[in-house]
Design a protein around this ligand. Structure first.
Ligand code: BG6
Length: 485
């Protein structure tokens, strides 16, 4: 029987440019969709609409507003200037890998320039070189909720087909520039999330979609992302021999609320819908059941001749995913709901929840690994897993985050069990190794890190970094290759 994790297992953490870098308008960077994300406090846990609300009016107002503190992603945690200090801390924990993203707007500020911005290219070259120097393998996401705002305004994001060419150009510039530094690439972060928050994921402004055609518009944009993902997979393989490209799915493992077949059926459909984008990227074709669903809903996806061939010819090499929690579904209306990772679900009485109502389910991670491996038979990597919590700093500066240690311990145990049962898993990057700005609410107080960052929701603080108890714990986990939990 396999014992424990493989020898070269990629232990590490994951970040996204727009949630850490700050310096939103420095060195030629253009505005991205993240830079107009306003801080949201006191949102009710089940106010999903409140989390994702966006309109042309809100965007215009934000663009004119120079009070950066109201838009925390503009400030991030100043990783742009402090990345060396942060990488040194990750290296101290023994990181083998770090997942980061490239902000498209640092390379092409509006997405349409002829030539790339050299200062932006240089920044990532410095970042990846420093990671290599420290023995940390870069895993790089090409699109993580940060497309150029200019493309969103001009083309309604990914809705117009010509955005494919602009993205391919951006990616190819990155592949040529970083070919000696980066082997692992991810195309679109949580590609399935386009149906839940189309603006963050794909720059789609809901009030600019034809009335009654919102769903069709979103699936059209998703089709463009599929084609773009396949095309850049092809060019990545061509430009960087031996490179590996992965898709990235939000694994929203959903259980039936009861064994009533009606509950089981709605749950099955929900899970199939969750798999659909990864199905296209792995199998290279739309699932028949999804095409039938489109027919029933009168959704027509415009495809160009050759699109289906492109999808078929260039599937991804591996499957990456985020996993934070599980959900429950029922055919009945009116059951108590709870919030989750960009989604709402029915409350599961068997599971505890985080301060933000996300249901903690380590066994769900094992279930997810088995399901994904059985379905795709491709190597897997977990590129996000973690818990947002309120941390308390003691008078001596220490932070005793046992809740976080417990969360990780239980998830890693299940991950190990799945590996021992035969799942091919080659890495684990926690979300997030350092406190950062929340994607959903732009809060700093929703802390994820092993490293504390002295900054509050209003943007006050010294930005000083300090080690939480979980820092020392995760270091031991990595040192022992997951044996000492
Ligand atoms: C994932 C995203 O959905 O969840 C991350 O890929 C995000 O960008 C993470 O930060 C946690 O969500 P939140 O809203 O708590 O930051």
């Amino acid at each position: 029987m396999t014992k424990g994790f493989p020898k070269n297992f990629l232990w590490g953490g994951a970040l996204a440019a727009n949630q850490v870098e700050g310096a939103w308008n420095e060195d030629g960077k253009g505005m991205s969709v993240a830079d107009v994300a306003i801080y949201k406090s006191n949102l009710k846990l089940d106010d999903y609409e409140g989390h994702v609300a966006i309109s042309s009016e809100m965007i215009e107002k934000a663009m004119a507003d120079q009070d950066d503190k109201k838009y925390p992603k503009r400030i991030g945690i100043d990783f742009y200037h402090r990345y060396k200090e942060d990488l040194a801390l990750f290296a101290e924990m023994g990181f083998k890998a770090l997942r980061v993203s490239i902000a498209w707007t640092r390379i092409f500020p509006t997405g349409e320039e002829e030539e790339p911005n050299e200062l932006g290219l240089q920044f990532y070259e410095n970042l990846f070189s420093e990671m290599r120097r420290l023995g940390i393998e870069p895993i790089v996401t090409l699109s993580h909720y940060e497309m150029p705002l200019a493309l969103s305004l001009k083309y309604n994001g990914w809705v117009e087909r010509n955005v494919i060419d602009k993205f391919v150009k951006f990616c190819n510039v990155c592949f040529y520039r970083y070919k000696d530094l980066v082997k692992y690439w991810l195309t679109f972060n949580e590609i399935d999330s386009i149906t839940r928050h189309p603006f963050t994921t794909a720059g789609i402004i809901p009030d600019r979609c034809a009335e009654g055609k919102e769903e069709e518009t979103i699936y059209q944009a998703l089709h463009h992302q599929f084609v773009a993902s396949a095309l850049v997979t092809a060019s990545c393989h061509r430009i960087i021999p031996g490179s590996q490209v992965g898709c990235m799915l939000t694994k929203l493992t959903t259980y039936p609320n009861t064994c009533d077949p009606k509950d089981v059926e709605v749950t099955l459909k929900k899970n199939l819908l969750n798999y659909f984008p990864a199905d296209v990227q792995v199998f290279g074709e739309y699932p028949v059941l999804i095409e039938k669903m489109f027919e029933r809903k009168n959704i027509h996806i415009k495809m160009e001749p050759g699109d289906r061939e492109i999808l078929k010819k260039y599937p991804v090499d591996f499957v990456s995913f985020s996993y934070y929690m599980s959900l429950t579904e029922s055919a009945k209306e009116g059951l108590e709901k709870t919030s989750g990772n960009t989604i709402m679900g029915i409350k599961n009485p068997y599971l505890p929840s985080t301060d933000w109502g996300w249901q903690i389910d380590p066994i769900g991670l094992k279930i997810s690994l088995i399901e994904l491996y059985d379905r795709y038979r491709k190597p897997l990597i977990i590129v996000e897993n973690g818990m947002g919590a309120i941390d308390h700093v003691e008078s001596d500066g220490t932070i005793h985050d046992n809740y976080r240690i417990n969360y990780f311990r239980e998830h890693i145990k299940q991950m190990k069990a799945a590996v021992e049962e035969g799942v091919e898993l080659f890495g684990y990057t926690s979300w997030a190794p350092i406190d950062l700005v929340s994607a959903g609410t732009s809060q700093m107080s929703k802390r994820y890190g092993f490293i504390y960052v002295d900054q509050d929701d209003e943007g006050n603080g010294t930005l000083a970094r300090s080690r939480k108890d979980s820092f020392y714990w995760y270091k031991k986990v990595i040192e022992s290759n997951g044996e000492e939990l």
